[in-house]
Design a protein around this ligand. Sequence first.
Ligand code: ADP
Ligand code: ZN
Length: 524
Amino acid sequence: SFAQPQSLEQSLKHFFGYDSFRPGQREIIEQALQRRDLLIVMPTGGGKSLCFQLPALLKPGITVVVSPLIALMQDQVIALEDNGIAATFLNSTLLPEELRSREAAILKGKIKLVYVAPERLLGERFLSFLDLVKTQVGISAFAIDEAHCVSEWGHDFRPEYRQLKQLRHRYPQIPMMALTATATPRVREDIIEQLALNQPLIHIASFLRPNLYYEVLPKHTHSFKQLLKIIQQAGGSGIIYCLTRKRVEYLAFKLREKGIACLPYHGGLPDEERRENQIRFIRDDVEVMVATVAFGMGINKPDVRFVVHYDLSRTLESYYQEAGRAGRDNDPAKCILFWSGSDIKTIEYLIAQKPQPDEQRMSRHQLRHMIDYAESTECRNRIILGYFGEKFPGNCGQCDNCREIKPIEDWTIEAMKFLSCVARCKERYGMSYIIDILRGSKSQKIFARGHDKLSTYGIGKDHTVDEWKSLGRSLIHQGLLDRTTDGYGILKLNACSWEVMQRQRRVEIVIAQKRNLDIQTRSL
Ligand code: ADP
Ligand code: ZN
């Protein structure tokens, strides 16, 4: 109403000094001004903050922003203040006096955006304060940043986020905007449900990062030399992720021996040292940060030229997030994953330590996707984007699989065999079992269930287990077969599967050159 369409650009310029909106921002802001609930899914760096900041400035009252990390909160508030925008944060680092004076400023209507941590927000004392704010100055919206934290399927579950539903119950009239860079459909559904969003407008931006080059390398005895080469060729700073603290320390030591200016970062270091190392990396005192996944969230260094995972990641989601810290400035950057079979064993061991069977199942399922990515010969962007529910034609030209020319073969007949076997087993089993039947395995389970009597039993002996697996994965990536996400990985047929079985669709797959994975524990 008070923001005329042509004036949105003027407001953008006026408050933030930008000339135009990034893709999606304008539509989102228009909807926010209409007081709609929103779910915004955009990759990191896409410009999510502006989507709640600008409406906050254009609407009467105050917008309450929930943010999980104190450091992030402070950065955003400082950036806003630099633009002359009345923002503040309330968190546990403030002295009582300071807290009171900020609360007073809020109640006088001097503030447009207030950032709060979820655990603080939901205390009875703060909720009563919010009641006061609502009656005295009005609350224009709640913005829930990093909203994937409500979901156990996300990469950063935080139990406090679960309580945010209370906000909806206490203030049903106040619009809520949830923002995340986590894009799996599962997490998306969780956010809507857990925050009780009311018929939200869902905005999902593309997760393609066209300036990133993805590559996967088997880990072997020469990997350290390959790593040195990557660092030398990158001509800029980079992050190397390892699975454990010990490996971080060891690799940092080895790199320093080779004259690489690097520092370690992991949860076992004293806070002071971690902070110091982070600052030195951001200021380019050192080129390389060797780190566990503890490093990264909320770190704003746009000119990272490479992110190497020197060990396999636990989930494709976290891989994407971590690798995505490269090339925020949109200049070319590399994302390289090293992996070996022994990484899988290490991760499986870590998963087995988790207390809840459900949690274990979920993690195994997520690991399976990660292994699929590592093993696959398909376009890496297609796999990543497919995982986020985004259709991408492939041939990105920006990954190892697209750059190396690989032979394509027609595997329609094999696909028909595979899919019919899934059908004959009544869509109740996972990939390995289906392959066992196709290859005529003599396993007791198969005999006990009478699956040796199926017409598909033993019709696939002409291909190896690996070949069948690669077909199976390819069918999934191409959307010609589904797999349950409950951790059991049960194969399910979809409409496309039936088209293949009825010969209405051809299936082509990329044939892998045998990658020589040598499975070694010590690869440094
Ligand atoms: P996200 O929260 O999605 O990771 P941010 O909100 O931090 O992304 O925005 C990333 C960067 O892009 C910030 O430096 C921000 O100032 C900048 N930015 C956002 N919107 C615009 C725009 N319309 N024009 C220019 N820069 C923008
Ligand atoms: Zn590709």
